[in-house]
Design a protein around this ligand. Sequence first.
Ligand code: ME8
Length: 517
Amino acid sequence: SSDSFGASTPYYITTAIAYPNGAPHIGHAYEFISADALARFKALDGFDVRFQSGTDEHGQKMQQTAEKEGVSTAELAKTNSDRFEALHTALGTDLSRFIRTTDADHHRASEEIWKRMEAAGDIYLDSYAGWYDVRDEAFFTEDETSVNDAGERIATENGHVLTWTEEQTYFFRLSKYTEPLLEFYRDNPSFMGPDSRRNEVVKFVEGGLKNLSISRTTFDWGVKVPGADGHVMYVWVDALTNYLTGVGFPDDRATLDRYWPADLHVIGKDIIRFHCVYWPAFLMSAGIPTPKRVFAHGFLFNKGEKMSKSVGNVVDPHSLIAEFGLDPVRYFFLREVSYGQDGSYSAEAIVSRKNADLANEFGNLAQRSLSMIGKYFESVVPEPGEFTVDDRALLDAADALLERVRGHFDVQAIHLGLEALWSVLADANRYISAQEPWKLAKTDLHRTGTVLYVCAEVVRIVSLLAQPVMPSSTSRLLDLLAVDADPEARTFAAVSTRTVPGVTLPKPTPVFPRHEV
Ligand code: ME8
């Protein structure tokens, strides 16, 4: 292409933007880690990646929390938004932009999408009377509610206590998009992932869509509706628009044309309706292309229990990192939880993966192979002899990994990608035990060199492919293998090369220590 962005294919990925009404928790950290791994995978695979996260600062919940805490809403938003940004830093996520919905360009973008939906004839003024869930910033119809033991009206699906709301608001003609949405889902079967989520969305839309109240007058913490004094936008209208703001909507056409439509919105399962129903409908109305895919991950539970302040099992992500190390934490969540399903975590489970998968399977293989190259070959990578059937089988398995892992990451099956890498590490561990290079060294140094060469190649290839999940440990491993530190030399293109015999390796130090209590 002739633009200023370079030739590689663009890839735009986002996380949800979190409500900064409190500190970030493990669920947020999980979403950031997983999206970061997906983003890094694409970048290493040669794409021009744009990765965005941020905070969703408007709405009634923010205003109510601020009132309760006796601070201004802007102050509450800033304090907690900073904590989300600090979490990104601590997790090592590689963001192109951390967006705040209070940013000036975001107000401009939200006004613009509103005007376009209005120009399409999809916005009208009427009076709203119904139930509102402040915690989820969501409306519920009477039949979606029930009464709890305390006699309060609750949303049946999440148990949140509802508030009766009656006010004059603007409405969006969502009902008009029932058929277009169903057709859109039919034409774009990969729009929603995982596959199991499709049915519930399609069923919801098939049930018929009601027009949606999209402005509020009872508070003022939000984006002002253009030309309508006293109205602020319903928070989800401006929140979803953040994805467009971040790529230059509406003024920076070059950036917008390059990165929009987004390739992937990573979200949690509780906000599927907003992303798979409202968002494409708003965009269709405004004449803007719809995103290519939305993937909903599951929820994390502490030892199977819902994390809540009252149960006292809310774990600060920073303390997990301090206790287990960043890369083991990243690896644990991405390997332990089937991406797209709910998962559970506990200190015992993290220790077990850290010791078994990282220290034993990966760390020992690397440390043994590299220290034997040190011991028997004065740290110079040996020239391999002719490969045996066993050598070939292992090298072939390692060489086939890129395509296997890519296939899994393409459908966000991160856990299966890692499983594939670890299956080859297990093969390599069986291989080294069977070959016994430490015994061979006494009788056949040439054959020892071939075995160690094969092992080092497996470590190199698995390290390259595990970079998206464990960026710093794999970078150290690649250093130990004397791979050029230039990032260009560490992309997935390097998988199909071979280590050049004769290279001198640095003194190996263990990269994955066992967990010390
Ligand atoms: O929903 N496990 O913000 P949020 C895994 N502002 N993921 C979890 C989780 C858990 N226990 N708890 C929350 C919002 N999440 C809106 C989004 S996007 C335009 C606006 C996930 O702070 C949740 O599913 O409540 C969502 O994807 C993200 O964290 C932010 O949640």
